[in-house]
Design a protein around this ligand. Structure first.
Ligand SMILES: NC(=O)C1=CN([C@@H]2O[C@H](COP(=O)(O)OP(=O)(O)OC[C@H]3O[C@@H](n4cnc5c(N)ncnc54)[C@H](OP(=O)(O)O)[C@@H]3O)[C@@H](O)[C@H]2O)C=CC1
Ligand SMILES: CC(C)(CO)C(=O)C(=O)O
Length: 349
């Protein structure tokens, strides 16, 4: 990437893409959102209003940011930020391969741990970087996107100073030589996406319920055991190590609330991205999260009944297409005890 004012194309602008692309454009970067017609129409009509839990309020007028629904815009990209859901990574990778110049770096801003590798497979001999977005973005409608959890973006280290290109007021980006560990740490957090979506609750309300936290803790511990047995060492994205998180989650609510406040700032509106998928009747990223734990467990003959149960219940909710199912943690425990989903290989681990 040689251009001093690189053209950044956000490939699949939804919550993360509009928020990140919008802040970059607000700082004067040359940004185009590649978006579906419904999002393009919204941004053309209202521009973007970007807010956050610290009181940020940034307005981006529609004429300050490029908007396109045509993938051919990728031909004019010097840098591509991929922000589609995991199910669309292959399709977007193929579009980038068709249209984008080989010299343009491609950065995945997606959850899950394999999107970077999937893009690399589709885009051989290109500069493809995995990334990790720690914050949550709530789509508020009329071009308004609200960042409801704090944190800085982390991207895989490599040639050029891409982190500086992506660091502007209200948005910081760091490079890491251990991006896989960083992604695995976020992966563990994202296992709550499904629980949160099934609960139908904002994250903050869900976290106040000790039954939900116990289920989160058990699910986390089950996944961590499998991941570590594969030799992976997840890096925590909070000041508390990944192995201590289950202990923190199991604390009585008063104590937990105090410890959690020092770990991560979350505002009352935050719901996980999977909640919006269920609300809007779209398939979720469950395969890239619980699905990965179940497969990794199967590969080692380790039972993962909680992750398997959550995956099954999520599939039922997707098929029902009735939005958030508003289940209780107790209902999921009963599902686990009923054991249908728990029919897993076990070596007693
Ligand atoms: N939202 C959040 O708070 C966070 C999300 N993430 C991760 O970031 C990634 C993006 O999430 P999020 O922004 O919430 O997802 P969204 O669904 O809000 O945005 C993705 C957008 O890409 C669109 N899209 C898909 N294919 C194309 C295409 N070929 N051309 C144009 N647009 C396309 C989708 O449209 P359509 O729906 O019609 O397919 C959708 O509007 C996910 O991996 C998610 O897990 C990470 C941290 C937080
Ligand atoms: C809520 C958060 C930030 C962590 O689980 C997230 O990644 C998501 O909404 O997908």
């Amino acid at each position: 990437m040689e251009n001093s004012d690189p053209h950044i194309v956000v490939a699949g602008a939804g919550s993360i893409g509009c928020f990140v692309g919008g802040l970059l454009a607000a700082a004067g970067r040359n940004v185009t959102l590649l978006a579906r017609p419904r999002i393009a129409a919204e941004v053309r009509a209202h521009g973007l209003t970007l807010t956050d839990l610290d009181g940020m309020a940034v307005q981006v007028n529609a004429d300050a940011i490029g908007i396109s629904t045509d993938a051919a815009i990728l031909a004019r990209a010097d840098l591509v930020l991929v922000s589609v859901k995991s199910r669309d990574t292959d399709a977007m990778g193929s579009l980038i391969n068709t249209h984008t110049a080989r010299g343009a770096p491609v950065i995945s801003l997606q959850n899950g741990v394999f999107n970077g590798a999937d893009l690399r497979r589709l885009l051989p001999a290109r500069d493809v970087r995995a990334g990790m977005v720690p914050f949550n973005v709530v789509p508020m409608g009329q071009g308004c996107y609200h960042r409801a959890v704090e944190g800085d973006i982390v991207i895989e280290a490599g040639a050029g100073d891409l982190a500086s290109v992506l660091t502007v007021p209200h948005l910081a980006c760091l490079e890491s030589r251990e991006i896989e560990n960083v992604q695995w740490g976020k992966f563990l957090m994202n296992l709550n996406n499904a629980l949160n979506a099934l609960s139908g609750l904002p994250i903050k309300v869900q976290l106040k319920d000790r039954n939900w936290r116990r289920l989160m803790a058990d699910q986390w511990a089950e996944a961590l055991r499998v991941i570590q047995r594969h030799g992976i060492r997840p890096a925590s994205s909070t000041p508390v190590s990944v192995s201590l998180i289950p202990w923190v989650l199991r604390l009585p609510t008063g104590l937990f609330t105090r410890v959690a406040a020092a770990m991560l700032k979350i505002d009352p509106q935050a719901r996980t991205s999977m909640s919006y998928d269920l609300m809007e009747g779209r398939p979720t990223e469950i395969d890239a999260l619980q699905g990965v734990v179940v497969e990794m467990g199967q590969a080692l003959g380790i039972a993962t009944p909680i992750n398997a149960m959550v995956m099954d219940v999520m599939r039922t909710a997707e098929l029902a297409g009735e939005g958030l199912p508003n289940l209780s943690a107790r209902a999921l425990r009963r599902e686990l005890q009923a054991g249908g989903a728990a029919a897993q290989p076990s070596n007693g681990a």
